[in-house]
Unconditional design. Sequence first.
Lengths: 500, 77
Amino acid sequence: MINVLEYLEDSAKKYPDKTAFLGTNSCVTFKEMLDKAQSIALSLISAGAHKEPVVIAMTRSPEMIIAFFGVIAAGCYYVPIDEQMPAHRTELIMDRLKARFIITDGTTTLPSQTSADVFNYSDASSLTEVTPLAAERLAKVRKAAIDLDPIYIVFTSGSTGIPKGVVTNHRCVIDYVEQLTKVIGASHDSIFAMQSPLYVDACLKEIYSTLKFGATTHIVPKELFTQPVKLVEYLNENKINTVCWVVPALTFISGLQTFKTVIPKYLKTVAFGSEVFPPKQLKTWRETLPEARFINLYGPTEATGMCCHYEVTDKTDPEKPVPIGKPFPNKEIFLLDDDGKSVPKGQVGEICIRGISLSPGYFNNPDITSKAFVQNPLNPLFTDIIYKTGDLGRLNEDDDIEFVSRKDFQIKHMGYRIELGEIEMLTCKTEGVENVCCLYDGEKKKISMFYMGTIDKSTLISLLKNKLPRYMIPNTVIKLDLMPLTANGKTDRNALKQML
Amino acid sequence: MDELLNILTELHPDIDFDKEENLIGDKILDSFDIVTIIAEVSDVFDVAIPAQDIVEENFNSAKALYALIKRLEEEDD
């Protein structure tokens, strides 16, 4: 397989009238999805789009997924934007992309000064029939696509204050889909509940498992993640049998004693990732669903979101954090020390990945790309690129990798990857702020910000809300007269910790 | 009520919790806030909010949440 469109085309042929994706206000069959995607592709091709980024600024919905495939069918790659993303951040991303095309449904605020062509989703997807001539144009574009062409760019937090765009191509995703679906046992009968937003790569799991097998995905309304009983009732009403969720979404259910009221009785597979599953919470889940499989998935966006997996069994130590396990086939994981040498078993090293699911790098950002994607230090003989994750891990006695910590100030918060440096940089640029330091309390899941300056706390938070996504807004903000310093003149993070 | 307002304001200092009446609907509170509020309420008021009461109606305003806390306190007595 060369092009991920094949997944959609096959399912549209085999199960034309089966519902593929259901959202709050709409649903779509496989055939409708293909027809509308082709219509969008033709609109883009007619406008001159060619192997370039197309921004998708839409509400999380089945239509947004159709727009993704419209862009792919046009031989381009999509860049999904968070509908609630502050305009400032969208502008930074648009500036980096220099995108000429945007598809929108009118629900997202776009930068006021954009020179891009703005396509309305409804208009672009409304062609009733693909004429023979149009089919020929689509086929021509399709033929020109190779598996190294990008499919999408996902923007993640960057320590310089500017988000980084991770590029992912057909080859990466095809490899990902083939491995993931085997591990989670996806099939035609799978009914998924999608928790993730559509502007992060976590949504690939449900999208492609659904398309590969002609399965079904329900897009869970975001507000249900504030009401645990209703959330589980939703899973039951829709007979959800498979979830691939971030750990905080699962612990939101178990931590609030929801299982005393209702149990997700159809769930057979619970795949989880993004953070370490607290052992006590995992125990609650396993005791509630003794027949279900629990699978830990690990991997950064730069490796298409997945490179290791571990299935929890009765042999898994219930007191210890679940290992991230072993690499998927066709991937290799090294644990390297600072000199680029493999560390002995049991010792901590940086988790480095090689394999075909590695991203080609960050969009329009060769400097940062060359720091993270480097020549394999264990192979000086030919070009062999590995990705340095910045995560530290060690190999346990069963040859499973255990996640230890981060090497830098990157954190995982609410399932999102965040560089504390990005929050600090943007805050520092605010008038009335002199000095900033952010800390993260992994146990309490809190970002704390300390700052010096003349601006008051609530004004600062209001300004930050215009610059940063919701999940990057500090939970606690403390104004200081003086920032504590170490003997070397650096911010004394330990002294700040004591203040919390 | 002041104690509850303190808990909420600590989470979102820029929100006027006396006036806001659609905290969930307007996506001001998310799942993490809910978890934090429940833990703080448990510490400060010594009441446990059962899962079936963690619904939009009870968390859309400080007033509604306070009414819930009072009801749970009465049921405890």
